[in-house]
Design a protein around this ligand. Sequence first.
Ligand code: AMP
Length: 284
Amino acid sequence: MKEYAHAARAEGLVIGLVPTMGALHEGHTALVKRARKECSRVIASVFVNPKQFGPKEDYKKYPRDLEKDAKTLGDAGVDVLFAPETSDVYPDGFRTYVNVEGISERLEGRSRPGHFRGVSTVVLKLFEIVQPHFAYFGRKDAQQVRIIGEMARDLNLDPEIVVCPVVREADGLALSSRNAYLSAEERKAATVLHRALVTARSELSHGVRDALQLQTVMQRIIAAEPLAVLDYAEIVSADTFEPVVRVARPCYAVLAVFVGKTRLIDNLSIEPASSGSDDFLFHL
Ligand code: AMP
Protein backbone atom coordinates (compact mmCIF):
# COMPACT_ATOMS: atom_id res chain seq x y z
CA MET A 1 0.00 0.00 0.00
CA LYS A 2 2.80 2.36 0.93
CA GLU A 3 4.65 1.69 -2.32
CA TYR A 4 1.51 2.26 -4.34
CA ALA A 5 0.87 5.52 -2.51
CA HIS A 6 4.47 6.67 -3.05
CA ALA A 7 4.24 5.95 -6.76
CA ALA A 8 0.85 7.69 -7.07
CA ARG A 9 2.20 10.76 -5.29
CA ALA A 10 5.30 10.77 -7.51
CA GLU A 11 3.01 10.78 -10.56
CA GLY A 12 1.33 13.89 -9.18
CA LEU A 13 -1.97 12.16 -8.42
CA VAL A 14 -4.19 13.52 -5.68
CA ILE A 15 -4.93 10.81 -3.12
CA GLY A 16 -8.13 10.67 -1.09
CA LEU A 17 -8.55 8.27 1.83
CA VAL A 18 -11.87 7.06 3.23
CA PRO A 19 -11.22 5.10 6.43
CA THR A 20 -14.00 2.67 7.48
CA MET A 21 -14.63 -0.40 9.58
CA GLY A 22 -16.65 -2.03 6.80
CA ALA A 23 -20.28 -3.22 6.89
CA LEU A 24 -20.72 -0.37 4.49
CA HIS A 25 -23.84 1.71 3.97
CA GLU A 26 -24.74 4.94 2.20
CA GLY A 27 -23.07 7.01 4.91
CA HIS A 28 -19.78 5.49 3.81
CA THR A 29 -20.48 5.70 0.07
CA ALA A 30 -21.32 9.40 0.48
CA LEU A 31 -17.74 9.89 1.72
CA VAL A 32 -16.42 7.94 -1.28
CA LYS A 33 -18.48 10.03 -3.70
CA ARG A 34 -17.15 13.25 -2.19
CA ALA A 35 -13.59 11.90 -2.44
CA ARG A 36 -14.23 10.83 -6.04
CA LYS A 37 -15.11 14.42 -6.93
CA GLU A 38 -12.00 15.90 -5.37
CA CYS A 39 -9.24 13.30 -5.89
CA SER A 40 -7.68 11.40 -8.75
CA ARG A 41 -7.03 8.26 -6.66
CA VAL A 42 -9.56 7.18 -4.03
CA ILE A 43 -8.41 4.65 -1.47
CA ALA A 44 -10.86 3.17 1.04
CA SER A 45 -9.71 1.20 4.03
CA VAL A 46 -11.76 -1.51 5.72
CA PHE A 47 -10.31 -2.42 9.08
CA VAL A 48 -12.17 -3.33 12.26
CA ASN A 49 -9.74 -1.75 14.67
CA PRO A 50 -9.49 -3.81 17.88
CA LYS A 51 -7.78 -0.95 19.73
CA GLN A 52 -10.90 1.21 19.70
CA PHE A 53 -13.17 -1.40 21.30
CA GLY A 54 -13.46 -1.86 25.04
CA PRO A 55 -13.08 -5.38 26.50
CA LYS A 56 -16.86 -5.75 26.91
CA GLU A 57 -17.77 -4.21 23.56
CA ASP A 58 -18.80 -5.75 20.25
CA TYR A 59 -15.40 -6.24 18.53
CA LYS A 60 -15.99 -9.95 17.92
CA LYS A 61 -19.54 -9.65 16.65
CA TYR A 62 -19.04 -6.41 14.70
CA PRO A 63 -20.56 -7.11 11.23
CA ARG A 64 -17.95 -8.17 8.66
CA ASP A 65 -18.54 -8.89 4.95
CA LEU A 66 -15.44 -7.96 2.98
CA GLU A 67 -16.70 -9.36 -0.33
CA LYS A 68 -19.86 -7.31 -0.21
CA ASP A 69 -17.92 -4.23 0.90
CA ALA A 70 -15.46 -4.67 -1.99
CA LYS A 71 -18.35 -4.67 -4.45
CA THR A 72 -19.97 -1.63 -2.80
CA LEU A 73 -16.69 0.29 -2.95
CA GLY A 74 -16.01 -0.74 -6.55
CA ASP A 75 -19.48 0.41 -7.58
CA ALA A 76 -18.97 3.71 -5.74
CA GLY A 77 -15.78 4.37 -7.72
CA VAL A 78 -13.00 3.47 -5.29
CA ASP A 79 -9.65 2.76 -6.99
CA VAL A 80 -8.01 0.79 -4.19
CA LEU A 81 -9.38 -1.17 -1.24
CA PHE A 82 -6.91 -1.43 1.64
CA ALA A 83 -8.01 -4.20 4.00
CA PRO A 84 -5.01 -5.13 6.15
CA GLU A 85 -4.84 -8.04 8.59
CA THR A 86 -4.90 -7.16 12.26
CA SER A 87 -1.46 -8.70 12.73
CA ASP A 88 -0.05 -6.43 10.00
CA VAL A 89 -1.43 -3.31 11.64
CA TYR A 90 -0.49 -4.39 15.17
CA PRO A 91 2.49 -6.75 15.01
CA ASP A 92 3.65 -8.45 18.22
CA GLY A 93 5.19 -5.95 20.57
CA PHE A 94 3.16 -2.99 19.31
CA ARG A 95 3.18 -0.35 22.04
CA THR A 96 3.10 3.12 20.52
CA TYR A 97 -0.08 5.17 20.78
CA VAL A 98 -1.20 8.69 20.07
CA ASN A 99 -3.73 10.38 22.34
CA VAL A 100 -5.39 13.76 21.97
CA GLU A 101 -5.72 14.83 25.58
CA GLY A 102 -8.80 16.38 27.15
CA ILE A 103 -11.37 16.10 24.40
CA SER A 104 -10.72 12.33 24.17
CA GLU A 105 -11.86 11.88 27.76
CA ARG A 106 -15.27 13.50 27.29
CA LEU A 107 -18.61 12.07 26.10
CA GLU A 108 -17.76 9.01 23.98
CA GLY A 109 -14.36 8.87 25.65
CA ARG A 110 -15.90 8.86 29.13
CA SER A 111 -18.34 6.07 28.22
CA ARG A 112 -15.73 4.14 26.24
CA PRO A 113 -12.33 4.57 27.96
CA GLY A 114 -9.45 4.22 25.51
CA HIS A 115 -11.75 4.41 22.49
CA PHE A 116 -10.31 7.60 21.04
CA ARG A 117 -6.73 6.59 21.73
CA GLY A 118 -7.45 3.57 19.52
CA VAL A 119 -9.07 5.75 16.87
CA SER A 120 -6.33 8.38 16.72
CA THR A 121 -3.62 5.72 16.67
CA VAL A 122 -5.13 3.80 13.77
CA VAL A 123 -5.93 6.96 11.81
CA LEU A 124 -2.36 8.20 12.20
CA LYS A 125 -1.12 4.81 10.98
CA LEU A 126 -3.48 4.91 8.00
CA PHE A 127 -2.23 8.40 7.15
CA GLU A 128 1.38 7.17 7.29
CA ILE A 129 0.64 4.17 5.09
CA VAL A 130 -1.67 5.78 2.52
CA GLN A 131 -0.21 9.30 2.59
CA PRO A 132 -3.44 10.91 1.44
CA HIS A 133 -3.78 14.55 0.45
CA PHE A 134 -7.39 14.48 1.69
CA ALA A 135 -9.04 12.23 4.29
CA TYR A 136 -12.83 11.99 4.50
CA PHE A 137 -14.82 11.56 7.71
CA GLY A 138 -18.50 11.74 8.62
CA ARG A 139 -20.02 14.24 11.04
CA LYS A 140 -22.02 11.28 12.36
CA ASP A 141 -19.01 10.88 14.65
CA ALA A 142 -18.61 14.59 15.35
CA GLN A 143 -16.34 14.21 18.37
CA GLN A 144 -14.14 11.75 16.51
CA VAL A 145 -13.55 14.04 13.54
CA ARG A 146 -12.84 16.95 15.88
CA ILE A 147 -10.21 14.83 17.64
CA ILE A 148 -8.66 13.82 14.33
CA GLY A 149 -8.55 17.47 13.29
CA GLU A 150 -6.75 18.35 16.53
CA MET A 151 -4.29 15.50 16.02
CA ALA A 152 -3.59 16.65 12.45
CA ARG A 153 -2.93 20.19 13.67
CA ASP A 154 -0.86 19.23 16.72
CA LEU A 155 1.33 16.77 14.81
CA ASN A 156 1.64 18.81 11.59
CA LEU A 157 0.07 16.05 9.54
CA ASP A 158 -0.24 16.56 5.79
CA PRO A 159 -3.75 15.32 5.01
CA GLU A 160 -6.55 17.84 4.90
CA ILE A 161 -9.46 16.57 6.98
CA VAL A 162 -12.75 16.78 5.09
CA VAL A 163 -15.95 16.53 7.12
CA CYS A 164 -19.11 15.26 5.40
CA PRO A 165 -22.75 15.57 6.54
CA VAL A 166 -24.67 12.82 8.35
CA VAL A 167 -26.62 10.52 6.03
CA ARG A 168 -29.98 9.49 7.49
CA GLU A 169 -32.85 7.15 6.76
CA ALA A 170 -36.12 8.80 5.71
CA ASP A 171 -37.36 8.66 9.32
CA GLY A 172 -34.27 10.44 10.63
CA LEU A 173 -32.26 7.49 11.97
CA ALA A 174 -28.58 8.05 11.18
CA LEU A 175 -27.13 5.24 9.09
CA SER A 176 -24.78 3.06 11.12
CA SER A 177 -23.28 -0.40 10.74
CA ARG A 178 -24.65 -1.13 14.22
CA ASN A 179 -28.25 -0.57 13.04
CA ALA A 180 -27.98 -4.15 11.73
CA TYR A 181 -28.16 -5.35 15.36
CA LEU A 182 -31.64 -3.85 15.85
CA SER A 183 -34.80 -5.99 15.87
CA ALA A 184 -37.79 -4.61 13.92
CA GLU A 185 -39.25 -3.20 17.13
CA GLU A 186 -35.94 -1.67 18.19
CA ARG A 187 -35.47 -0.19 14.74
CA LYS A 188 -38.73 1.74 15.18
CA ALA A 189 -37.73 2.83 18.67
CA ALA A 190 -34.33 4.03 17.40
CA THR A 191 -35.93 7.05 15.71
CA VAL A 192 -36.13 8.50 19.23
CA LEU A 193 -32.55 9.81 18.96
CA HIS A 194 -33.26 12.04 16.00
CA ARG A 195 -36.60 13.11 17.46
CA ALA A 196 -34.89 14.22 20.65
CA LEU A 197 -32.24 16.16 18.73
CA VAL A 198 -34.64 18.00 16.42
CA THR A 199 -36.88 18.86 19.37
CA ALA A 200 -33.90 20.41 21.15
CA ARG A 201 -33.09 22.39 18.01
CA SER A 202 -36.69 23.51 17.69
CA GLU A 203 -36.79 24.63 21.34
CA LEU A 204 -33.62 26.63 20.70
CA SER A 205 -35.20 28.30 17.69
CA HIS A 206 -38.09 29.27 19.99
CA GLY A 207 -35.67 31.06 22.26
CA VAL A 208 -34.61 28.42 24.80
CA ARG A 209 -30.85 28.92 25.02
CA ASP A 210 -30.32 27.36 28.41
CA ALA A 211 -28.33 24.16 27.87
CA LEU A 212 -29.78 22.39 30.92
CA GLN A 213 -33.29 23.02 29.68
CA LEU A 214 -32.42 21.66 26.24
CA GLN A 215 -30.77 18.61 27.81
CA THR A 216 -33.88 17.99 29.88
CA VAL A 217 -36.02 18.11 26.75
CA MET A 218 -33.85 15.41 25.16
CA GLN A 219 -33.79 13.30 28.35
CA ARG A 220 -37.61 13.37 28.59
CA ILE A 221 -38.07 12.26 25.00
CA ILE A 222 -35.61 9.37 25.42
CA ALA A 223 -37.20 8.37 28.74
CA ALA A 224 -40.61 8.17 27.05
CA GLU A 225 -39.35 5.40 24.73
CA PRO A 226 -39.55 2.11 26.66
CA LEU A 227 -36.84 0.34 24.63
CA ALA A 228 -34.33 3.19 25.03
CA VAL A 229 -31.92 3.84 27.89
CA LEU A 230 -29.96 7.08 27.89
CA ASP A 231 -26.18 7.09 28.25
CA TYR A 232 -25.70 10.84 27.78
CA ALA A 233 -27.53 13.83 26.33
CA GLU A 234 -25.51 17.03 26.31
CA ILE A 235 -25.16 20.42 24.69
CA VAL A 236 -21.49 21.03 23.98
CA SER A 237 -19.36 23.61 22.24
CA ALA A 238 -18.78 22.59 18.61
CA ASP A 239 -15.19 23.68 19.07
CA THR A 240 -14.08 22.03 22.31
CA PHE A 241 -16.87 19.54 23.07
CA GLU A 242 -16.97 21.04 26.56
CA PRO A 243 -20.44 21.53 28.03
CA VAL A 244 -21.92 25.01 27.63
CA VAL A 245 -24.28 26.86 29.96
CA ARG A 246 -26.07 28.72 27.17
CA VAL A 247 -26.11 28.27 23.43
CA ALA A 248 -24.40 31.48 22.41
CA ARG A 249 -22.22 30.10 19.60
CA PRO A 250 -22.22 26.97 17.40
CA CYS A 251 -22.83 23.87 19.50
CA TYR A 252 -23.71 20.23 19.11
CA ALA A 253 -26.58 18.45 20.76
CA VAL A 254 -25.03 15.01 21.29
CA LEU A 255 -26.69 11.76 22.32
CA ALA A 256 -25.70 8.21 23.17
CA VAL A 257 -28.58 5.83 23.76
CA PHE A 258 -28.92 2.10 24.24
CA VAL A 259 -31.78 0.70 22.19
CA GLY A 260 -32.05 -2.81 23.57
CA LYS A 261 -28.42 -3.91 23.76
CA THR A 262 -27.29 -1.73 20.87
CA ARG A 263 -25.55 1.52 21.67
CA LEU A 264 -26.31 4.26 19.15
CA ILE A 265 -24.91 7.79 18.91
CA ASP A 266 -26.14 10.82 17.02
CA ASN A 267 -25.73 14.58 17.01
CA LEU A 268 -27.13 17.74 15.51
CA SER A 269 -25.34 21.04 15.10
CA ILE A 270 -27.30 23.83 16.69
CA GLU A 271 -26.65 27.52 16.85
CA PRO A 272 -28.31 30.61 18.17
CA ALA A 273 -30.49 32.49 15.68
CA SER A 274 -28.43 34.22 13.01
CA SER A 275 -28.69 37.61 14.73
CA GLY A 276 -26.07 36.15 17.05
CA SER A 277 -26.80 38.76 19.68
CA ASP A 278 -28.57 38.35 22.99
CA ASP A 279 -30.21 41.73 22.38
CA PHE A 280 -32.48 40.04 19.87
CA LEU A 281 -33.62 37.32 22.25
CA PHE A 282 -36.78 39.33 22.83
CA HIS A 283 -37.80 38.94 19.20
CA LEU A 284 -37.43 35.16 19.05
P1 AMP B 1 -17.18 3.47 10.63
O1 AMP B 1 -17.14 2.42 9.58
O2 AMP B 1 -18.42 3.43 11.48
O3 AMP B 1 -15.91 3.59 11.41
O4 AMP B 1 -17.33 4.85 9.85
C1 AMP B 1 -16.39 5.22 8.87
C2 AMP B 1 -16.63 6.65 8.48
O5 AMP B 1 -17.95 6.79 7.96
C3 AMP B 1 -16.53 7.62 9.66
O6 AMP B 1 -15.87 8.79 9.23
C4 AMP B 1 -17.96 7.87 10.01
O7 AMP B 1 -18.18 9.12 10.63
C5 AMP B 1 -18.61 7.83 8.63
N1 AMP B 1 -20.04 7.54 8.76
C6 AMP B 1 -20.62 6.50 9.39
N2 AMP B 1 -21.96 6.61 9.35
C7 AMP B 1 -22.23 7.76 8.69
C8 AMP B 1 -23.43 8.45 8.33
N3 AMP B 1 -24.62 7.97 8.64
N4 AMP B 1 -23.32 9.61 7.67
C9 AMP B 1 -22.10 10.12 7.35
N5 AMP B 1 -20.94 9.52 7.65
C10 AMP B 1 -21.01 8.36 8.31
